[in-house]
Design a protein around this ligand. Structure first.
Ligand SMILES: *Cc1c(COP(=O)(O)O)cnc(C)c1O
Length: 456
């Protein structure tokens, strides 16, 4: 009984929070830097989402990160839930990663020749991941996916690939393609500069739709090299799929001689060391990793069975290379980070912490009848201004709900909480977000939700 009361008290249900909008934090220095940056870079940034186009104000220019905290050029401090878009599962400036990187750097930055560090990182991965036997390191998620697609095409001797509306796979030509109208469509390019001929090789269907998959494989019999999916789609909200559906994709590929490509650039090493493949117990034919694998430095990787990987040059005819691939400093960061992840209880603690955090926020919102759902898996979460707790497809997200996110984002910044600057982006919790940090963040979120839902 006492426990039940205590639980209720802690749940946020009974908290009386009456909140009004806070004045905006100072962004003078950031604004100045942004003006200057606009003279150098399109939109003032080196990656579009950073430009804060979907939220209020100028982007914050970051000066420093430590643990789960960020400091901007104006000296504002934030609890960070963006974590560099996922890589920083140990938080900013983790001493183990930093020290390993410094040690590696003392021997030079790059050789364009093999080093033992590449073996070390590869061994850490393959020894603890039953889904890949051989791999290749590259320098970004985009490069990993682009290379994996080429491998799938080379291996199957087929040209078409099937992707899903609502999954992001980096910015290579074949994948900057969105659905046209109709159940099964050739893609339409989603960026200027992508030749239509490329889009014609990419079939785009909705997630969570078996009929569309069946139809695609009938219509393009023996032409589809691979289905590519984010098994945990986390780049357009968090569109969690049912395990049965992922299994259906596995079976469909097997039946049709196509490869199943799991793009685990976000989910890899995040929802467990073996990523979504391990979480669902479904074996992909090719997997791509990025983000966490480099410990905050630029690393990507694709891997598969030894047999499939034997197609890659110089063993096989699928060409792929890179001047800075397997860079020793980046490898060192990856080794240090993955070593921490392999420590006993790492994911259990991290995931439990996330569950408590997200459930408390959901209870708060539910008790007030807010149209608000917290989606979560592992240490990833997404705030949806929606009634449904089963959003599985991109078209189930109401674009109008993003107005609410915009307000939330501003209120949170004003209360010292940093979320990625778009309502379609997920948040991440790191191992160094402490109970106290999460308590503070929760309070800020409660107050901000009050403002968002009660604003006149
Ligand atoms: C981030 C991401 C990519 C692209 O990785 P970059 O390192 O930004 O090129 C590809 N696929 C998924 C699933 C991602 O989350």
């Amino acid at each position: 009984m006492f426990d039940a009361i205590k639980k209720k008290l802690n749940s946020g249900e009974n908290e009386s929070i009456s909140s009004t909008a806070k004045p905006d934090i100072s962004r003078e220095k950031s604004a100045e830097l942004f003006e200057k940056a606009k003279t150098y870079f399109p939109g003032g940034v080196n990656s579009p989402v950073r430009a804060f186009k979907s939220v209020y104000g100028t982007p914050l220019f970051i000066e420093k990160g430590d643990g789960c905290h960020l400091w901007d050029a104006d000296g504002n401090q934030f609890i960070d839930f963006c974590c560099s878009w996922g890589p920083l599962i140990l938080g900013h400036n983790h001493p183990k990663v930093r020290e390993k990187v410094i040690t590696a750097m003392q021997n030079g930055m790059s050789f364009g020749a093999p080093t033992a560090l590449e073996n070390e990182l590869a061994e850490l991965i393959t020894k603890n991941n039953k889904y890949i036997q051989k791999l290749r390191f590259v320098s970004s998620g985009t490069e990993a996916v682009m290379s994996a697609i080429r491998l799938a095409r080379g291996y199957t001797k087929r040209d078409k690939i099937l992707k899903f509306e609502g999954c992001y796979h980096g910015h290579s030509d074949s994948l900057l393609v969105k659905a046209g109208s109709g159940l099964v469509t050739f893609g339409e390019t989603s960026s200027a500069g992508v030749p239509k001929a490329f889009a014609d090789e990419t079939i785009v269907v909705a997630l969570d739709d078996r009929e569309a998959i069946k139809k695609a494989f009938e219509e393009f019999k023996d032409q589809i090299a691979a289905i590519i999916i984010e098994p945990v789609p986390a780049n357009n909200g968090l569109l969690l799929q049912e395990k049965e559906y992922l299994q259906f994709l596995r079976d469909t590929c097997t039946k049709n001689g196509a490869l199943l490509l799991f793009d685990e650039v976000i989910s890899g090493f995040r929802i467990g060391f073996e990523g979504a493949a391990g979480y669902y117990g479904i074996k992909p034919d090719i997997v791509t990793y990025g983000k966490i694998i480099g410990g905050g430095l630029p690393v990507g990787c694709y891997g598969a069975s030894a047999e499939i990987m034997s197609m890659v040059s110089p063993d096989g005819g699928v060409y792929q290379g890179g001047t800075l691939s397997g860079n020793p400093v980046a490898m060192a960061a990856g080794i240090a980070q993955l070593t921490e992840l392999l420590k006993s209880g790492f994911y259990k603690d991290l995931n439990k912490k996330t569950e408590e955090f997200t459930e408390a926020i959901q209870r708060f919102a539910t008790a007030r009848n807010y149209k608000f759902k917290v989606y979560a898996i592992g240490s990833i979460f997404w705030f949806a201004f929606a009634d449904s707790d089963a959003i599985r497809r991109a078209d189930q997200i109401d674009p109008a709900s993003m107005e609410k996110f915009k307000k939330l984002h501003r209120e949170l910044l004003n209360r010292g909480v940093y979320l990625g600057p778009s309502g379609y982006e997920v948040g991440f919790i790191s191992s160094v977000h402490t109970k106290i940090d999460l308590e503070k963040a929760k309070r800020a979120i409660f107050e901000s939700l009050e403002v968002v839902f009660n604003a006149k």
